[in-house]
Design a protein around this ligand. Structure first.
Ligand code: 5GP
Ligand code: ZN
Length: 113
């Protein structure tokens, strides 16, 4: 998947401002933040989207959700945050490497769509 922007961020060929990293996942600040805190959490393994999660790769999704509270705390999100995943064209997924947005740092809009 050498034309995937997020794979390039993971391998370091595109720079990013990292918020968390371990052997399986990376969290980095969104280049176009939509809230005072806007971080993306991605598996290092290329998974196109939530629609491609299955029994064989679901462990990394569980790992992401295990780490999100720690990442959110490190970002100062003590009063809550929103986790967003856009899956596919109707959801306006622009980067086809599954990622979870962590948004916070202000009172967010109550509308989902
Ligand atoms: P999506 O619309 O696919 O759910 O979200 C993709 C996100 O990736 C967008 O919020 C966009 O700003 C962010 N993004 C796209 N390219 C880059 C990049 O090169 N670096 C970083 N840090 N974020 C990016
Ligand atoms: Zn990728």
């Amino acid at each position: 998947m050498n034309d995937c922007i997020f794979c390039k961020i993971i391998d370091g060929s595109i720079p990013s401002k990292k918020a968390y990293e371990d052997d399986r996942i990376l969290a980095f600040h969104d280049v176009n933040p939509q809230a005072p805190v806007h971080v993306l959490v991605v598996p290092k393994e290329h998974i196109c989207c939530a629609d491609a999660v299955n029994e064989d790769n679901a462990d990394v999704v569980a790992h992401i959700f295990t780490k999100i509270p720690e990442i959110a705390k490190s970002l100062g999100l003590v009063n809550g945050y929103r986790i967003v995943n856009n899956c596919g064209d109707d959801a306006c997924q622009t980067v086809k490497h599954m990622h979870f947005h962590i948004l916070g740092g202000k009172q967010l809009n109550g509308e989902m769509a």
